[in-house]
Each structure stands twice: as structure tokens, then as C-alpha cells.
Ligand binder design. Structure first.
Ligand code: FPP
Ligand code: MG
Length: 313
């Protein structure tokens, strides 16, 4: 998805903190950089100056990676991007402090840019991200949660960053057209949900081209969005049997067989296709407000990549 972006240089972190530098070198290598790609895509197409684009790309990657440093500790995940998670490789204390430091750098760099709306919007995004994480923590072990309740969490935890990638470059350029920002907000909300739902399908080995481990969410007590969709309409006893499934064949049996499971998958894909259509509707409205056809073309490709996991063209 475009060229990879150098998110920081050796001058960004103090040389007298070698362990911190080592931890960041580990952390930032191997990420897909989708959020900085998206921010750069918008920034470049609306001709935001390069200093601003770089600042925004760094901001979103620092916040995202800070959240992963803390998230792996919260989840006690041993691996991140196929490598030992920072809390596990170094110490939990290092992971917390390294995440906090990234957030501190964001505040220093962003406030120096001198656009108070951008600082405010970024702080709001971080606040949403944390509310989502708190809410998610409160539903671990709740196997009777429904899709709407999960959507609320995913919009706070995942969509907040996607919305920011679309809107922040316009805010940096002081383009504050209300209708444009409303449309971008709705589009970011959808992109985040599609990203999350596609990731949730991987847990059931659907379109799992990268071979990610399966049933990890369920085994750690978390009924994800596809799990919530599959269990819709089941009795409590049936849900209890479903969540205790040790493997995928057992999941299919709990659904009444492979064919029934496939029907459910088609149903889930259908509701997400409706969301994809809505995204494209909003995008065509955006195309009436801004005259950047190349940006519109690139944004149109994202739903295939994020939900259907097609290779980017
Ligand atoms: C990954 O989710 C985690 C997040 C999207 C957000 C985590 C947020 C926090 C820990 C709050 C702290 C935030 C900051 C800015 C320091 P996941 O666990 O579902 O996905 P995974 O499988 O990639 O771990
Ligand atoms: Mg996690």
C-alpha cells in the first residue's frame, strides 16, 4: 500500500536512553503502517505541506503504537507482529513508560505546530480510544453481548483512529467545512468497523490468507463481532455450548453443520456489504465538495482491501 514511511529519525528520541531506542526499533519494524498511509494519502492529495504531512503521519503511528504497547500488557499477549511483545521482552514497566513517552512526544510536536483545533481533535481521539478499551475490558467474559454493543466499542476503539486519518489533514489545513467533516467522520466510522469485522472473521479462519492463529478471541473470553452474529437468536444454553467449542469443526457443529455456518457467513458479509455501499455513497457526496478525483479513486479502493482482504492495486 504505497511506499513505507519513515516514522521517526534518530534525533526524535534521546540518545542517552538506549533501551528506549532499542524498544522502539523493535516496535516500529514490521507494522503495515496503514494509518500513516491513509493520512499521507489525504494529506498529499489536498496539497498539505510536507512538514504537516510528516507530523500527522508520525502522530497517528505514535498513538497507535503506544496503544499497542499498553494493549499487549493488558491482554498479556506474548507476541506482536510475530515478535515478542515489548512488556514480555523488556519489562511491563518499560512498555508502560515507552507508551507514555510516545504520547508525550505527540503532545510536544503537535502543540508546536500551533493549530489548536488539531491538538483538541487529537486529544479527543485518544480519549475515545481509551473509553473503547475500558468498555471492552468490561465485557470480557460476557458471551451474551450483541453486535450493536460491540459496534459501540469498535467505533470508539478502532474507528476513532480511522476518522482521524481522514479528517486531521483537512483540520491541519484549516478546512473546517462542517458537511465535509461529517461525511469523513461517517466514512472513518465505517472503515474502522470493516477493519475490525474483517479481523474478527480471521479468528474463525475466514479469508485468513496470512494464517493468523484461530479462535484466540473466543479462548480469551471475548465474543467478537462475528461470534456475536453467529450466536444471534441462540438460547443461553446453546451459546454456552458454542463458546466452549475447542476448534473450528466444533464451532460448525454448534451451528448445525458446515452449510448452516456458510449461510451465516453469507449473512454477515451481506450486512457488511450494505455498510460498504453506504461508504461509497458518502464518498460520492465528498466528491461533490472537493475536487481531488485521484483521492476519491484511492479512497474507493479501501473497502476491498480492508474488508475483503484483496491485495491493494
Ligand atoms: C488492539 O485491540 C488495541 C487497541 C485498538 C487499542 C488499545 C488501547 C489501549 C490499551 C488504551 C491505551 C491507549 C494509549 C493511546 C496509550 P485488540 O487487542 O483487539 O487487537 P490485537 O489482537 O491487535 O491485540
Ligand atoms: Mg490485544
Amino acid at each position: 500500500m504505497g511506499d513505507s514511511v519513515k516514522i521517526y529519525s534518530s534525533q526524535d528520541f534521546p540518545v542517552y536512553l538506549p533501551k528506549l531506542n532499542l524498544l522502539y526499533d523493535d516496535l516500529f519494524s514490521g507494522g503495515k503502517g496503514f494509518r500513516s498511509y491513509l493520512t499521507g494519502l489525504v494529506g498529499k492529495n489536498i496539497a498539505l505541506e510536507s512538514k504537516g504531512i510528516e507530523l500527522l503521519q508520525q502522530t497517528i503511528e505514535f498513538i497507535h503504537n503506544a496503544s499497542l504497547l499498553h494493549d499487549d500488557l493488558v491482554d498479556r499477549s506474548q507476541l506482536r507482529r510475530g515478535k515478542p511483545a515489548a512488556w514480555h521482552k523488556y519489562t511491563p514497566e518499560y512498555a508502560v513508560l515507552a507508551g507514555d513517552y510516545l504520547l508525550a512526544r505527540v503532545m510536544v510536536n503537535l502543540s508546536a505546530y500551533g493549530n489548536i483545533d488539531l491538538v483538541h481533535y487529537t486529544a479527543q481521539m485518544i480519549s475515545d480510544l481509551l473509553e473503547g478499551e475500558w468498555l471492552q475490558d468490561s465485557v470480557v467474559g460476557d458471551y451474551f453481548i450483541n453486535l450493536e454493543q460491540l459496534d459501540r466499542i469498535h467505533i470508539l476503539k478502532t474507528s476513532s483512529l480511522f476518522k482521524w486519518c481522514l479528517r486531521a489533514p483537512f483540520i491541519a489545513q484549516k478546512q473546517n467545512d462542517k458537511q465535509l467533516h461529517h461525511l469523513l467522520e461517517e466514512m472513518g466510522k465505517i472503515l474502522g468497523q470493516l477493519f475490525q469485522r474483517s479481523d474478527d472473521l480471521l479468528d474463525f479462519n475466514i479469508r485468513n490468507h496470512e494464517g493468523k492463529a484461530v479462535l484466540g478471541d473466543l479462548k480469551s473470553g471475548y465474543l467478537n463481532s462475528f461470534g456475536a452474529y453467529l450466536t444471534q437468536g441462540m438460547s443461553r444454553a446453546e451459546i454456552q455450548a458454542f463458546v466452549q467449542s475447542p476448534d473450528l469443526p466444533a464451532i460448525q457443529r454448534a451451528m448445525g453443520g458446515e452449510e448452516k455456518f456458510q449461510e451465516k457467513l453469507n449473512g454477515f458479509d451481506q450486512i457488511n456489504s450494505a455498510m460498504i455501499q453506504l461508504y461509497h455513497h458518502y464518498l460520492s457526496e465528498v466528491s461533490k465538495l472537493i475536487s481531488q478525483p485521484e483521492l476519491i479513486r484511492e479512497l474507493a479502493k479501501l473497502t476491498d482491501v480492508l474488508y475483503w482482504r484483496k491485495k491493494p492495486s
